[in-house]
Design a protein. Structure first.
Lengths: 432, 124
């Protein structure tokens, strides 16, 4: 008979609980209370219903529900909310998680398999959670003679860099974490970090397969960075701005993919290469070099790298949507918020609940997010699809594709964009 | 002015910092709850498909790519320079486009020649 805890003693159990309570209390007193003081002094609090929000007033929403929504709305305009939840990390991580599941299911269907099936009642829908729990409870093995600080830091920095990329993507009008004038250049700057992280982690692991994978990632970046940068030049020429939100606003009548299909195709191919996806997954070619630069990663380190990869996938798909498919623009299909709830409140029999502060989100914002998500999911689908269809290409084919074909095509494409501008078709004073 | 300009980027840095703060605990928790079995010398060897690793892990590796790296250094900068022109194009007079077309012609002709040379394996 197996016992869960053979050396269990009740007195030890009580003692451990009291010990933990003591330490938590001590840390709270020594760190938490000074931190609260610092926050009260230095953080600017919003003004709600004409009075400055103090912590006391913030807690009165428990007793006064009419205060809840204004406090919530004031919170949603802060940078903190944008970074943590909506256009930032939470939203992107949600889409990334959905992408992982959909990819596994879709590839399985393409290859006449079943895919994740048992975890969760319906079609293995909890598989991702199970995988996460498994990864977090696995031992992290670091190879001997590895460069430990870099090896530990690389996955975290990879996630953080992908998150910084996500920060630049505008999701709905005004809903962007960092609205920078030179957003597109910032995107290029951040993209340039990924191969450096790859090759750092590969070099630090002191193993041959990761090293070969890291060098391959570097070469892939070198081959595809220039076509990628040139493929977006046409959009910048026609809009005259580098701000991503303004680029989206320039596409209210038509998306750029109608006039610049060559640029869109080049950009899509380079996306596949930058994301290291089939047919360009040479850095982690699992049938040639074990798992490429991921070979020595185990446990949660591997989990973080997976998360970052899919955050990056979302960010690139969203960038494609922003630049070529018109971002959040689209016909208004979201129903308007019912007027009588704003004016009269919700009537339930004898009770009338009047809720101030509704609606929380404007109709334009919800509609924009809906269109953005629809388009992004479509692009993600097309990024996932080649994995079930194509084989991997050789590294010399990749090189000749990047250097000889795509750059030549991008050169032609710049002149198409210039021709559209100077022929008076597009741009200011154009016929469209 | 400068501070204002830099302030625009602070949210990117904050996002970076948030991801570090949110994700580093995953590694710490994993480190706390995962089993750590007694080590044996084989366990921490680098992966070489079950063989005992031979030689150094950080080897020198000939990738025959030097010509392309050199070209990348030159033409990546060129591509970014084109953005400075492209974003200001609508405000420029039309005659200002001709020098840029000359620049493009020189750069792409040079690139074509460099690609032709680097394609010849015998000289590398």
């Amino acid at each position: 008979m197996s016992v869960i805890a053979p050396n269990f003693k009740f007195s030890e159990f009580v003692k451990s609980i009291l010990d933990n309570a003591f330490w938590i209390l001590l840390i709270f007193v020594l760190i938490g209370l000074p931190a609260v003081q610092v926050i009260l002094f230095y953080i600017e609090m919003p003004v709600i219903n004409g009075e400055l929000l103090t912590p006391f007033l913030a807690l009165t929403w428990l007793a006064d529900p009419s205060r809840t929504l204004p406090i919530l709305k004031a919170f949603m305009t802060t940078d903190l909310f944008k970074i943590v939840a909506f256009p930032g990390f939470g939203f992107a991580a949600l889409i990334a998680a959905g992408t992982i599941f959909v990819e596994r299911k879709m590839l399985a269907k393409l290859q006449l398999r079943v895919g994740p099936f048992y975890c969760g009642k319906f079609e293995g829908i909890l598989q991702l959670m199970g995988d996460g729990l498994k990864l977090i409870s696995k031992e992290i093995i670091i190879p001997a003679k590895a460069d430990k600080p870099i090896f530990w830091a690389a996955p975290v920095i990879f996630v953080a860099t992908a998150a910084a990329f996500v920060a630049l993507i505008p999701v709905a009008p005004g809903w962007v974490v960092a609205d920078i004038d030179v957003g597109l250049l910032a995107v290029f700057a951040i993209i340039g970090f990924f191969p450096i992280i790859t090759i750092l982690s590969a070099w630090s692991s002191n193993s041959k397969f990761p090293f070969i994978g890291g060098i391959r990632a570097l070469h892939q970046m070198v081959s595809f960075e220039i076509p990628m940068i040139l493929s977006l030049l046409g959009v910048v020429i026609l809009t005259g701005t580098l701000n991503l939100s303004e680029i989206v606003e320039s596409q209210t009548n038509f998306p750029w993919i109608i006039f610049l299909p060559i640029g869109a195709i080049i950009f899509f191919i380079t996306i596949l290469a930058e994301l290291e996806r089939i047919p360009f997954d040479l850095p982690e070619a699992e049938s040639e070099i074990v798992a490429g630069w991921l070979t020595e990663f185990s446990g949660m380190i591997y989990g973080l790298v997976q998360l970052a990869t899919y955050l990056k996938l979302y960010a690139f798909a969203a960038l494609f949507v922003v630049l070529f498919l018109g971002g959040w623009t689209g016909p208004m299909i979201w129903p308007p918020f019912p007027e009588e709830i704003i004016n009269e409140g919700i009537v339930m029999g004898p009770i009338t609940a009047k809720i101030p502060g509704l609606p929380i989100f404007s109709q334009e914002m919800l509609n924009g997010v809906l269109w953005f998500v629809i388009k992004t999911v479509g692009v993600i689908f097309f990024i996932l699809l080649p994995r079930g269809v194509f084989p991997r290409i050789r590294i010399d084919m990749l090189l000749s594709l990047g250097w000889y074909k795509l750059i030549g095509l991008a050169f032609v494409y710049i002149f198409i964009a210039l021709g559209l501008l100077y022929a008076g078709v597009l741009g200011p004073g154009g016929i469209l | 002015m400068v501070g204002e300009l830099a302030g625009n980027y602070s949210t990117v840095v904050l996002m970076f910092g948030f991801a570090v703060v949110a994700m580093a605990p995953a590694l710490l928790i994993s480190r706390m709850i995962s089993p750590r079995k007694k080590s044996n010398p084989v366990k921490f060897l680098p992966m070489e498909c079950g063989q005992v690793p031979s030689g150094e892990g950080r080897t020198h590796f000939m990738m025959q790519y030097y010509a392309y790296i050199l070209m990348f250094v030159v033409f990546d900068v060129m591509a970014i320079f084109l953005y400075a022109w492209g974003s200001a194009l609508l405000e420029l007079p039309k005659s200002a486009t001709l020098p840029i077309i000359g620049f493009l012609a020189i750069m792409f002709a040079a690139m074509a020649f460099a690609l032709y040379q680097s394609g010849k394996r015998t000289i590398w």
